[in-house]
Design a binder for this molecule. Structure first.
Ligand code: ATP
Ligand code: MN
Length: 482
């Protein structure tokens, strides 16, 4: 028979009652030398194995401990005890993997509470914990829902390059890619690094965004999206930034800014709705953890809703849409600003918003996800469409409670002359981006797109507070262990 996961057995046990089955998993707990809670990662729920120790070799029983891995053959019966509907009466137990008892003492697999910091230090083992099992199953569901949403809406998945020759994307500090011997870097006569001798014959970097290449694809395929790793040498140690993260970037021909905002809203709601429907057990667990965590916070900072309520509300409510100009008015007239409570006071139109401002709008003022649009051109990228006022661009940021910016996007500048002008104003090398400018020469059309940071959405959905806890192996300044 095909191997069955614990999840399948728990779901379909009625069909296999009184049959012998084979199951595999890790021991989560071994109570009274009689009840093993077995888990194989497929679900947060464990399968209870009943061991009548008189029927087993004592040597085997003695070896069973938290963290050992087992193959069990046994009969499926309806559970006698409370707490589970089904259990397995063990007939044969094989120990697959021993545990190193002494070393186990120092690991996070010891069944007790460990700090998230400690869990991060043992990121290779944390998949085995209830919390990280739940987080990574949800991360999977989010990724799957993203592909499903786009597929259902007739988008094509495009793989844009990870190594890029464009230095001008402007989205952040880049990591260089080279295969030079770093002790002997070839120099030109002027003493500059001679990249013509490097692997690609030019300077190359890890991508900070697939957008520019994505736009070229949208100019032929219409609706596309990218979903890939993204690298930014951000030297900021925040709970929202990684040096390596995953970004999803749809790009749609014929869409304007409003279409773009509609797409972002539908998209986020679809994904959150998908997780609410398909990850109930994991969300219940995460919800309890979230509520527990709130208790340790000062009363003022506690969330008003449970995690699940928060997700349900985001799906139910229409996102509030306000222009940057309105937002500046709200912020500069706010009590917080007048009392000097912002670290960065809001003084004049044209300044960039800090995450404290974004969070004030979302968490205090509107108490709802907010989409800000029409930002001053000087604080946004060169490729955003210049509005008729000549001062603002058709940019949009989606702001979420507890996170701040989760999506950044825009309608793109489709007019060749205006784009060229903006590039020169912003010192973007038009020779390097000749291919990008080309898209505005041959049948240019209005188009728009955005970037969603996968991990920011997963933080929001799981209620975790640090981005390092929603990616298996986080890459941050001074940290690339594993
Ligand atoms: P922020 O101001 O928060 O640094 P950004 O303006 O640099 O964001 P964009 O360039 O618009 O962000 O990127 C699109 C999305 O990618 C962001 O909305 C965010 O969700 C995500 N993102 C950006 N930088 C990072 C990072 N260093 N780590 C994780 N996600 C990120
Ligand atoms: Mn940034």
């Amino acid at each position: 028979m095909k191997k069955q996961t614990v999840k399948e057995i728990l779901q379909n046990y009625k069909k296999i009652l009184h049959h012998d089955i084979t199951i595999y998993g890790w021991v989560k707990a071994f109570r009274s030398n009689r009840f093993i809670a077995l888990n194989d990662g497929s679900t947060i729920n464990n399968l209870q194995i009943v061991v009548d120790f008189e029927n087993f070799d004592k040597k085997i029983i003695d070896k069973i401990n938290t963290a050992s891995s087992l193959k069990v053959i046994g009969e499926v019966i309806e559970s006698q005890g409370a707490g589970q509907s089904v259990e397995i009466i063990a007939k044969k137990i094989t120990i697959l993997g021993d545990h190193f008892a002494e070393e186990l003492q120092n690991t996070i697999l010891q069944p007790k509470k460990h700090s998230l910091e400690k869990l991060r230090e043992q990121a290779h083992l944390r998949f085995r914990t209830n919390l990280f099992g739940a987080v990574f199953r949800v991360r999977h569901a989010v990724s799957f829902a993203i592909h499903q949403f786009f597929n259902q809406n007739h988008f094509f998945y495009i793989h844009t390059p990870i190594i890029t020759g464009a230095d001008a994307e402007g989205a952040g500090e880049m990591f260089g890619v080279t295969n030079f011997n770093l002790n002997q870097i070839p120099k030109t006569e002027n003493g500059d690094i001679d990249f013509s001798q490097d692997f690609f014959g030019r300077k190359t970097n890890l991508t900070v965004s697939g957008q520019l290449e994505g736009e070229t694809a949208a100019m032929g395929l219409g609706r596309i999206y990218t979903f890939g790793p993204t690298f930014r040498a951000e030297n900021s140690n925040t709970a929202r930034h990684l040096a390596e993260f995953w970004m999803i970037e749809p790009e749609v021909a014929f869409n304007n800014l409003e279409d773009n905002i509609d797409l972002a809203e539908d998209f986020l709601k679809y994904i959150i709705g998908y997780v609410l429907e398909h990850c109930k057990d994991d969300l219940e667990f995460l919800d309890k953890r979230f509520t527990e965590e709130q208790k340790s916070k000062p009363e003022k900072e506690r969330a008003k809703e449970s995690l699940i309520e928060k997700l349900q509300n985001v799906v139910a409510k229409r996102f509030i849409r306000v222009s940057y100009t309105e937002a500046i008015e709200i912020l500069s007239n706010s009590k917080e600003n007048k009392k000097g409570k912002f670290q960065y006071p809001v003084e004049k139109w044209g300044t960039d918003l800090q995450s404290e401002h974004e969070r004030y709008l979302v968490e205090k003022h509107f108490e709802s996800p907010v989409v800000l649009f029409d930002y001053p051109k000087d604080i946004k990228a060169f490729y955003m469409k210049l509005n008729e006022d000549g001062k603002t661009v058709a940019a949009m940021d989606v702001l979420f409670p507890g996170i701040g910016e989760i999506i950044g996007g825009s309608e793109r500048e489709a007019r060749f002359d205006v784009l060229k002008q903006r590039m020169s104003e912003m010192n973007v090398d038009e020779h390097e981006l000749w291919w990008y400018l080309d898209t505005r020469k041959f049948g240019s059309v209005p188009h728009a797109g955005f970037g969603l940071g996968l991990e920011r959405l997963v933080i929001f959905i799981t209620g975790m507070s640090n981005i390092r806890d929603v990616i298996p192996f986080p890459r941050t300044p001074k940290n690339a262990e594993f």
